[in-house]
Design a binder for this molecule. Structure first.
Ligand code: F6P
Length: 518
């Protein structure tokens, strides 16, 4: 049962349309700053471990007020509370959406027997997983850990291990193999020895064809290169413990169907991170996310950062008509953040029907893309500054560096400030090639330091802002039916590649199949 009112059915929606026509579409950031010396203070805020400057966005107090009204009228708060309460808001799969429980402390207040039981299971599994992580860290014979998984079973742990590299104390080399393209696994295995390698087969379902194919090949390689003791050299991270056993893996760490794949970094899927940074670091990572969970759950709308970001996303997508958002982390350790956010946002909110199945008359997920700064500046920032489309940019900067090289960090920070400034202020040049129109919006997220806790908070912030826009759009952000058709067709095509049978195929697929067989 949906208790939400879809955004376009609220009174605020029509008022926002009027506000967009009256002041929104011609809003000029430079004029807004000139008119209000307090704009920075008014449109920035702190949230746990993250500071956010929203002042360089095309928003004024009146439209922001209407967006808050929209949030109230759409039932956002009730929907949020339903998520925290474990109501099956993933209505097409009848599942709760309870990743927040994965980072709740063991003594957190629970609202039902079911929640209390789930929390106990979470902590039992977490404790066991962290004991295992510490044992692996202490095992000098294991030099390499290979995570085999794809999508949420790869993007999160890979991003996190890179992001927290400064805290990696295990001395192990961590590898991530996701693609069914054998080049990836072959290149990884080429440098490994069975006796010193631990494979983590990470798959929520334990049926994903890429992961199963890579895991089978890894097992064959292990056995044919003299590897013994699968129990010691393979572990599974999955909700499908039975399938892992059938595969021959006895060391398994489970999780639950109420953990979405793209929200699973906090579960056993986070084991590579726990191995890299240790049990204490992993607990700090969970605690940082929990602090953001509490903020999202309790802060008033007006100072609730995930709410403000999600509302801004909707304002840009549905009123300004911006179709993409660029994410620019000015920290090379965050280089996989854009890829992670692509799945988080686009798999969650890339939907064309609402939760009842009715077609939507407005746009949903923006295209998310980006690269770390300053690299992006020398690639696609040209388009951001002077292209025909306006692309809101989300900068992420970290105040303290974790290296000791002189000059670099001030230069990095100068660049991120300069880019945000240049996008906004522009530069008049008679409208020609050297003219920068300016008035291009950006959000600036600032961490004091990139630590397990602040990183956890940053990722939880992103999860919740995606929840907010999805809730307002009235969609189910927690299923992903759109990935199924291609999987089914690949199963049909695979034997045809061997047999050459093109019966019933469209002309193009048949033609290409013939060329691949020739
Ligand atoms: O193909 C989509 C998807 O289901 C993602 O949602 C998920 O993260 C990924 O595949 C991997 O799934 P699994 O962890 O079950 O192997």
């Amino acid at each position: 049962m949906m208790t939400r009112t879809r955004c376009d059915h609220t009174p605020a929606w029509a008022q926002l349309q009027a506000a967009y026509q009256a002041t929104g579409k011609d809003f000029d950031l430079r004029e807004a700053f000139a008119a209000d010396g307090q704009r920075f203070a008014r449109f920035s805020q702190s949230a746990p471990l993250v500071f956010a400057d929203l002042s360089k966005n095309r928003i004024d107090a009146a439209s922001q007020e209407l967006l808050f009204q929209l949030a109230h009228e759409s039932g956002l708060l009730a929907h949020r509370d339903a998520m925290y309460a474990g109501v099956p808001i993933n209505n097409t799969e009848q599942r709760a959406v309870w990743h927040t429980l994965l980072r709740a402390p063991s003594d957190a207040a629970t609202a039902s027997a079911e929640e209390a039981q789930a929390l106990t299971q979470v902590h039992d599994t977490l404790d066991a997983m962290l004991i295992y992580a510490e044992a692996v860290r202490a095992d000098a014979a294991i030099t390499d850990v290979v995570n085999i998984g794809i999508g949420g079973s790869d993007l999160g742990p890979q991003m996190a291990v890179l992001a927290l590299d400064a805290f990696a104390t295990s001395g192990k080399r961590l590898h991530f193999v996701s693609n069914v393209d054998g080049h990836e696994l072959a290149a990884t295995l080429a440098h490994l020895k069975p006796g010193s390698t631990l494979f983590l087969v990470a798959s929520k379902t334990f049926t994903t064809i890429e992961t199963m194919t890579n895991a089978q090949s890894a097992k064959r390689w292990f056995e044919s290169n003299g590897g013994v003791d699968i129990a010691r050299h393979f572990a599974a991270l999955t909700t499908n413990v039975a399938a892992a056993k059938d595969f021959g893996i006895t060391t398994t760490f489970g999780f639950w169907d109420w953990v979405g794949g793209r929200y699973s970094l906090w579960s056993a899927i986070g084991l590579p991170l726990a191995i890299a940074i240790g049990a204490q670091g992993f607990r700090e990572f969970l605690a940082g996310a929990h602090a953001m969970d509490q903020h999202f759950r309790t802060a008033p709308l007006e100072t609730n950062l995930p709410v403000r970001l999600g509302l801004l996303d909707l304002w840009y997508r549905n009123f300004h008509g911006f179709t993409s958002r660029s994410i620019a982390p000015y920290h090379s350790a965050l280089r996989r953040l854009p890829a992670y956010l692509q799945q988080l946002e686009m798999e969650s909110n890339g939907k064309r029907v609402d939760a009842t199945g009715a077609a939507l008359p407005f746009g949903t997920s923006p295209v998310l893309w980006g690269e770390p700064g300053t690299n992006g500046q020398h690639a696609y920032f040209q388009m951001l500054h002077q292209g025909t489309d306006v692309v809101p940019v989300e900068f992420v900067a970290v105040k303290k560096p974790r290296h000791h090289l002189d000059a670099h960090h001030p230069l990095l920070l100068a660049n991120v400030l300069a880019q945000a400034q240049a996008l906004m202020v522009g530069k008049a040049d008679a409208g020609g090639h050297k003219h920068f129109p300016g008035n291009r919006p950006s959000t600036f997220l600032l961490l004091d330091d990139l630590t397990p806790a602040s990183f956890g908070a940053l990722i939880a912030l992103q999860e919740h802002r995606v929840f907010v826009s999805g809730a307002l759009w009235g969609i189910n952000s927690f299923d992903q039916w759109g990935v199924e058709l291609g999987k089914v067709l690949a199963k049909d095509i695979a034997p045809r590649l061997a047999s050459g049978d093109t019966q019933g195929l469209d002309g193009s697929t048949a033609g290409l199949l013939g060329m691949l067989r020739a």
